[in-house]
Ligand binder design. Structure first.
Ligand code: UD1
Ligand code: MG
Length: 483
């Protein structure tokens, strides 16, 4: 790395050297800092293990900080030409006339946006910020970037696909709406990684696949572009941001891989999402970027009924760990209560043997309770029988599900995207359904599997989707755009 850094002349090679250094630093810093994080209360319980471990959380902070330091140190390199050009006349004048101020502004605003999200993610880890407050924050964090985009590129039109051109024309200028769209891209990229989470290595795993896809896409472009093409600069810019990200993520992944020694926290999810949004926006390929997010888009659409509370959304929707088989199973959410006292008692007994916390039927506020964590302390079984009896004698509502929620459940069930358990008396009232996430869906279709294999499955799905994305971007695109 030292040789690369001392002998390299072009910024990209320096960036590669810095990325390797950043990866090694992250890998070695994490064990050294773990105890400090735990002492500061930054710790979490590994939900899917036989014995409950408390391990340090928010380690994305270490990766994020090392990334930022690396990028700060890298700032002068793309502008080396202006440092060494002292022979060509008056340096001061040369700088004033030709220095690419906007390029520097792009770099700085991108780093400001990423830094803001690292900060927000850390705040979320510490304060557990409510969804309604944290939802729009990535769009606000992207304002510096959008401002520079407006000054520098200012492109707000989209090219209409060939089949639609007779109706809409060749270009549509979205004007201010284009900035709203880019703010939405920032919101989507950050939160979509955070909701595809909860098993060892899955957050970093998916981010690494996306980051490698972005890097490969940039390299394909740089290979094929004729020299002097304007997009070369933007794809190089994208690589400057993505390579150090891959470096720190690999360093983090070694400790976060199953069985995790550290959790990455919301800090990493937001940091990763914002880095992707930044390169997508500034390198002007947000559509290609979204192609690399196919699993996240699917997971978001699948999650929408829970995220928008059409059906209950528990605090954790991660798959359920079965301590007897050591395998992950789809977790379930309680939708409604069994209204038959007899059935309720027999179910509570059966479930307390099988899956302790998977039944909240005796609780009046049962809807929304997660049915994961089969080896969590069993709150229901510790209830005195009289309390359970009194609770069960409370008048039960006909259905806790809204009409729209009921339709959602039926449609998702018909599409095979969830498994629903109905009441034993009429067989019509939905009582439980599997949580609406891609992780639970994989388990539903492929059957129970180990936590490690589930993470590998997600990475395989993500990689296959990236292959599809490359195919669409580099082959099918010829049918809809002039390339
Ligand atoms: C999001 C998800 C939530 C999921 C959680 C897991 C939505 C709306 N929210 O919430 O369903 O349960 O992420 O990260 O979809 N953990 C593990 N093993 C891991 C990683 C995390 O057990 O490999 C647990 C730990 O207890 C850790 C906690 O998840 O402390 C972190 O959850 P947090 O990131 O705070 O949850 P959210 O992002 O709010
Ligand atoms: Mg999270």
């Amino acid at each position: 790395v030292f040789i690369i850094l001392t002998t390299a002349h072009d910024p990209l090679t320096v960036n590669v050297g810095f990325s390797i250094l950043a990866g090694i630093t992250t890998w070695s810093a994490i064990p050294a800092l773990s105890e400090i994080f735990v002492k500061a209360g930054l710790k979490g319980m590994d939900l899917s293990k036989r014995t409950k471990h408390i391990i340090p959380e928010s380690m994305g902070m270490v990766a994020g900080l090392i990334y930022l330091v690396t990028m700060f140190m890298f700032i002068p390199f793309p502008f080396m030409k202006w440092f060494t050009a002292s022979n060509d006349g008056d340096l001061q004048e040369l700088k004033l006339l030709t220095f690419p101020n906007l390029k520097l502004a792009e770099l700085l605003s991108a780093l400001l946006s990423i830094q803001s999200m690292v900060f927000l993610g850390f705040a979320d880890d510490v304060l557990d910020i409510r969804w309604r407050f944290k939802m729009p924050l990535p769009a606000i964090a992207s304002i510096p970037l959008l401002m520079v985009y407006w000054v520098h590129l200012g492109v707000t039109h989209i090219v209409v696909p060939i089949p639609l051109r007779p109706i809409l024309g060749q270009l549509i200028d979205l004007g201010a709406l284009y900035y709203v769209y880019m703010g939405m891209v920032a919101i989507f990229c950050t939160h979509s990684i955070n909701i595809m989470a909860g098993i060892n290595g899955v957050e970093v795993g998916q981010s690494l696949v996306i980051a490698c896809s972005i890097a490969i896409n940039d390299m394909i472009f740089l290979q094929s572009a004729s020299s002097g093409a304007p997009a070369i600069e933007t794809h190089l810019f994208s690589l400057y941001f993505i390579l150090p990200f891959i470096g720190v993520s690999l360093g983090l992944m070694i400790h976060n891989w199953y069985p995790s020694k550290v959790f990455i926290g919301d800090t990493y999810c937001y940091f990763a999402g914002m880095t992707f949004a930044v390169v997508g926006i500034l390198a002007h390929y947000s559509k290609t970027l979204l192609l690399f997010f196919i699993p996240q888009i699917f997971n978001f659409l699948l999650s929408a009924p829970q995220l928008f509370r059409l059906v209950p959304c528990p605090r954790h929707r991660v798959p359920r760990y079965n301590r007897h088989t050591n395998l992950m199973e789809p977790s379930r959410v309680v939708l409604d209560e069994e209204d038959d006292l007899e059935v309720e008692f027999s179910n509570t007994k059966q479930e307390s043997k099988r899956a302790p916390s998977s039944v909240s039927l005796s609780s009046a506020g049962a809807a929304g309770a997660s049915t994961q964590d089969t080896d969590e302390p069993h709150t229901e079984s510790t209830n005195p029988p009289t309390a359970t009896l009194l609770q069960s004698l409370r008048p039960l509502k006909n259905s806790n599900l809204k009409r729209s929620g009921w339709y959602c459940v039926k449609i998702l069930e018909a599409l095979g995207l969830t498994h629903v358990r109905y009441d034993s008396k009429t067989g019509k009232r939905p009582l439980e359904m599997t949580n609406l996430t891609i992780l639970n869906l994989i388990l539903l279709k492929a059957g129970p599997m180990s936590e490690r294999n589930l993470t590998i499955s997600v990475m395989v799905v993500q990689s296959c989707c990236s292959l599809v994305a490359f195919f669409i971007r580099h082959h099918l695109v010829a049918f809809v755009y002039d390339v």
